[in-house]
Design a protein around this ligand. Sequence first.
Ligand code: PHE
Length: 332
Amino acid sequence: MEDIAKIKQAFLKGLGGAKDRAALEALRVEYLGRKGKLTLILRSLGGMVLEEKKKIGPAAQALRKEFEELLSNHEAVAKEGASAPHAAIDLTAPGRRFSRGHLHPLTQVEDEIRRIFASMNFSVVEGPEVESEYYNFDALNIPAGHPARDMWDTFWISRGAKKSTENLLLRTHTSPVQIRYMEAHEPPFQIIVPGRTFRYEATDASHEINFDQLEGLVVGKSITLANFKFVVEAFFEKFFKGRKIEFRYRPSYFPFVEPGIEVDIKIAGGKWLEIMGAGMVHPRVFEYAHYNPHEWQGFAFGIGIDRLAMIKYRVPDIRLFYSGDLRFINQF
Ligand code: PHE
């Protein structure tokens, strides 16, 4: 037992003086190696009388465990010390890049659209997302009970404490801004209205309950569909710069235009894609806006901004735009 106490003292002294991993390894060999001081005692246990063995055995075993722990602790510290110089500040290292984020792809597309129309002398106008039934439907020649209302199923807003006498809803299109703008301005003018719209419908790869639209409205004394054709084709040619585009105009129906048309485009010989509704402003819509339909005429159109973004960036599913998934967003 005296030997054991001495060994422990000597070991601790050696440990205090061991400055690096090599010294620690030497210490380990000196005490725990094959011929180490503690190892020899452990080996000699077999030749001891039972009483001695019972005392010395556990003490020697405990000491071995203690030595091993102390050595591995010191080794860990020595290791940290060895790598410390690398962790110091390197003043010559290049700076780290800040991750600043960027605009959402739909915002980028909307900005591009605004730029193109601004270059054709259009003003940008906005309207409320929570709209009244009057502006979203009635004033656009879609009275209550009209079957066309089924084309725009929507979310109605409870009037709550506001006690509004009007029915409120999330606008199903940007067309109500046509009326709002005409009520407050005199023609001639040319405007676009980008904005978020909402529809109560099942979502799939090409339908979302909210999406972005771009309304266009041009009113003057002698505006015709030929003007519309020119504007639309000029726009798409700029938007899809350098790609060959074909246009197709089909008759369609929207209560607020007459005649109503739909425009399809075909890019670089691909498939026909339905891209917008349009037409000549219906005389009744002018009446709602207090314009004289015998004096003024104009065209209106509505484009799905998400649809344009999907085509431009070849995005297969509209829901990706609203997923908040950075793996998608960071590709733009
Ligand atoms: N507001 C129509 C829609 O959302 C599109 C449209 C706008 C059609 C203007 C004609 C004129 O489907």
